[in-house]
Write a protein of this length. Structure first.
Length: 165
Protein backbone atom coordinates (compact mmCIF):
# COMPACT_ATOMS: atom_id res chain seq x y z
CA UNK A 1 0.00 0.00 0.00
CA UNK A 2 1.10 3.54 -0.64
CA UNK A 3 0.56 4.98 2.84
CA UNK A 4 4.03 6.15 3.77
CA UNK A 5 4.73 9.67 4.90
CA UNK A 6 8.04 11.33 4.19
CA UNK A 7 10.41 12.67 6.78
CA UNK A 8 13.83 12.12 8.27
CA UNK A 9 15.03 8.50 7.94
CA UNK A 10 11.65 7.40 6.50
CA UNK A 11 11.20 5.81 3.06
CA UNK A 12 10.19 8.18 0.29
CA UNK A 13 7.15 7.19 -1.75
CA UNK A 14 7.77 7.48 -5.50
CA UNK A 15 4.47 7.20 -7.40
CA UNK A 16 4.02 5.85 -10.91
CA UNK A 17 3.69 8.44 -13.67
CA UNK A 18 -0.14 8.54 -13.71
CA UNK A 19 -0.71 8.05 -9.96
CA UNK A 20 -1.96 11.59 -9.37
CA UNK A 21 -4.28 11.54 -12.41
CA UNK A 22 -6.69 9.18 -10.65
CA UNK A 23 -8.17 11.48 -8.01
CA UNK A 24 -11.83 10.74 -8.80
CA UNK A 25 -11.37 6.97 -8.91
CA UNK A 26 -9.24 6.98 -5.77
CA UNK A 27 -11.85 8.99 -3.86
CA UNK A 28 -14.55 6.61 -5.09
CA UNK A 29 -12.47 3.75 -3.66
CA UNK A 30 -12.63 5.41 -0.22
CA UNK A 31 -16.42 5.62 -0.47
CA UNK A 32 -16.72 2.03 -1.73
CA UNK A 33 -14.57 0.74 1.13
CA UNK A 34 -16.62 2.52 3.78
CA UNK A 35 -19.85 1.34 2.14
CA UNK A 36 -18.63 -2.27 2.22
CA UNK A 37 -17.68 -1.90 5.90
CA UNK A 38 -21.11 -0.46 6.76
CA UNK A 39 -23.20 -2.76 4.56
CA UNK A 40 -21.45 -6.09 5.13
CA UNK A 41 -19.41 -5.50 8.28
CA UNK A 42 -16.26 -6.59 6.45
CA UNK A 43 -12.84 -4.93 6.51
CA UNK A 44 -11.73 -2.39 3.92
CA UNK A 45 -10.29 -3.90 0.75
CA UNK A 46 -7.40 -6.29 1.25
CA UNK A 47 -5.89 -5.21 -2.08
CA UNK A 48 -6.82 -2.72 -4.75
CA UNK A 49 -5.70 -1.63 -8.18
CA UNK A 50 -6.86 1.89 -8.97
CA UNK A 51 -6.63 3.30 -12.49
CA UNK A 52 -8.31 6.21 -14.27
CA UNK A 53 -10.65 4.14 -16.45
CA UNK A 54 -11.33 1.02 -14.40
CA UNK A 55 -10.34 -0.32 -11.01
CA UNK A 56 -10.75 -3.30 -8.73
CA UNK A 57 -10.87 -4.02 -5.02
CA UNK A 58 -10.57 -7.39 -3.30
CA UNK A 59 -12.33 -8.09 0.00
CA UNK A 60 -11.97 -10.99 2.41
CA UNK A 61 -15.50 -12.31 2.27
CA UNK A 62 -16.93 -15.50 3.82
CA UNK A 63 -19.49 -16.27 1.09
CA UNK A 64 -20.66 -15.01 -2.26
CA UNK A 65 -22.92 -11.95 -2.07
CA UNK A 66 -26.04 -11.73 -4.19
CA UNK A 67 -26.37 -9.48 -7.21
CA UNK A 68 -29.11 -7.65 -5.33
CA UNK A 69 -26.71 -6.89 -2.44
CA UNK A 70 -24.08 -5.52 -4.81
CA UNK A 71 -26.72 -3.44 -6.61
CA UNK A 72 -27.49 -1.92 -3.20
CA UNK A 73 -23.78 -1.23 -2.58
CA UNK A 74 -23.58 0.58 -5.93
CA UNK A 75 -26.72 2.56 -5.06
CA UNK A 76 -25.33 3.55 -1.65
CA UNK A 77 -21.95 4.62 -3.11
CA UNK A 78 -23.77 6.85 -5.59
CA UNK A 79 -25.97 8.28 -2.83
CA UNK A 80 -22.83 9.36 -0.95
CA UNK A 81 -21.32 10.85 -4.12
CA UNK A 82 -24.54 12.78 -4.77
CA UNK A 83 -24.33 14.43 -1.33
CA UNK A 84 -21.52 16.65 -2.66
CA UNK A 85 -19.40 16.06 0.43
CA UNK A 86 -16.14 17.95 0.92
CA UNK A 87 -12.98 15.84 0.76
CA UNK A 88 -10.30 17.11 3.12
CA UNK A 89 -7.04 15.89 4.64
CA UNK A 90 -5.43 16.54 7.98
CA UNK A 91 -2.05 15.47 9.35
CA UNK A 92 -2.33 14.18 12.90
CA UNK A 93 -0.51 12.03 15.43
CA UNK A 94 -0.90 8.27 14.93
CA UNK A 95 -2.58 8.08 18.37
CA UNK A 96 -5.33 10.42 17.17
CA UNK A 97 -5.67 8.74 13.75
CA UNK A 98 -6.15 5.29 15.27
CA UNK A 99 -9.29 6.57 17.00
CA UNK A 100 -10.75 7.53 13.61
CA UNK A 101 -9.68 4.76 11.27
CA UNK A 102 -8.21 1.27 11.00
CA UNK A 103 -4.42 1.49 10.84
CA UNK A 104 -3.76 -2.25 10.90
CA UNK A 105 -2.33 -2.27 7.34
CA UNK A 106 0.14 0.53 8.01
CA UNK A 107 3.72 -0.47 8.69
CA UNK A 108 5.53 1.09 11.66
CA UNK A 109 7.68 2.93 9.08
CA UNK A 110 4.63 5.07 8.28
CA UNK A 111 5.71 7.10 11.28
CA UNK A 112 4.00 8.85 14.16
CA UNK A 113 2.41 11.58 12.03
CA UNK A 114 -0.23 10.44 9.54
CA UNK A 115 -2.32 12.13 6.88
CA UNK A 116 -5.99 11.23 7.28
CA UNK A 117 -8.39 11.88 4.41
CA UNK A 118 -12.03 12.65 5.24
CA UNK A 119 -14.92 12.23 2.83
CA UNK A 120 -17.33 14.51 4.66
CA UNK A 121 -18.39 12.69 7.81
CA UNK A 122 -18.79 9.42 5.87
CA UNK A 123 -15.22 8.11 5.79
CA UNK A 124 -11.82 8.68 7.36
CA UNK A 125 -8.75 6.82 6.13
CA UNK A 126 -4.98 7.23 6.45
CA UNK A 127 -3.82 7.95 2.91
CA UNK A 128 -1.15 9.87 1.01
CA UNK A 129 -2.96 9.86 -2.35
CA UNK A 130 -4.59 12.75 -4.15
CA UNK A 131 -8.35 13.13 -4.06
CA UNK A 132 -11.05 15.33 -5.52
CA UNK A 133 -12.09 18.35 -3.44
CA UNK A 134 -15.76 17.41 -3.43
CA UNK A 135 -17.64 14.19 -4.21
CA UNK A 136 -19.57 16.09 -6.90
CA UNK A 137 -16.41 15.76 -9.01
CA UNK A 138 -16.50 11.96 -9.05
CA UNK A 139 -19.30 11.13 -11.46
CA UNK A 140 -21.44 8.00 -11.33
CA UNK A 141 -19.99 4.83 -9.76
CA UNK A 142 -20.68 1.56 -11.59
CA UNK A 143 -19.75 -1.99 -10.56
CA UNK A 144 -18.94 -3.56 -13.93
CA UNK A 145 -18.25 -7.16 -12.89
CA UNK A 146 -17.57 -9.16 -9.77
CA UNK A 147 -16.62 -12.63 -8.71
CA UNK A 148 -16.25 -14.54 -5.48
CA UNK A 149 -13.74 -17.33 -5.08
CA UNK A 150 -12.35 -19.08 -2.01
CA UNK A 151 -13.11 -16.24 0.42
CA UNK A 152 -12.13 -13.39 -1.91
CA UNK A 153 -14.71 -11.01 -3.38
CA UNK A 154 -13.34 -8.99 -6.30
CA UNK A 155 -15.29 -5.93 -7.40
CA UNK A 156 -14.40 -4.27 -10.71
CA UNK A 157 -15.74 -0.78 -11.21
CA UNK A 158 -15.57 2.36 -13.27
CA UNK A 159 -16.80 5.93 -13.16
CA UNK A 160 -19.22 7.35 -15.68
CA UNK A 161 -19.42 11.04 -16.48
CA UNK A 162 -16.46 11.78 -14.19
CA UNK A 163 -15.79 15.49 -13.92
CA UNK A 164 -12.31 16.83 -14.66
CA UNK A 165 -10.40 17.71 -11.52
Amino acid sequence: MNHLTTGPKEPVFTPKKDYFEREAMHTAEHILNQTMVRFFGCARSATSHIEKLKSKCDYVFPSSPTQSQLDEVEKQVNAVIEKHLPVTARVMPRSEAEKLCDLSKLPPAAGDSLRVVFVGDYDACACIGKHVENTSQIGRFKITTWDWQAGRLRLRFKLEEAKNV
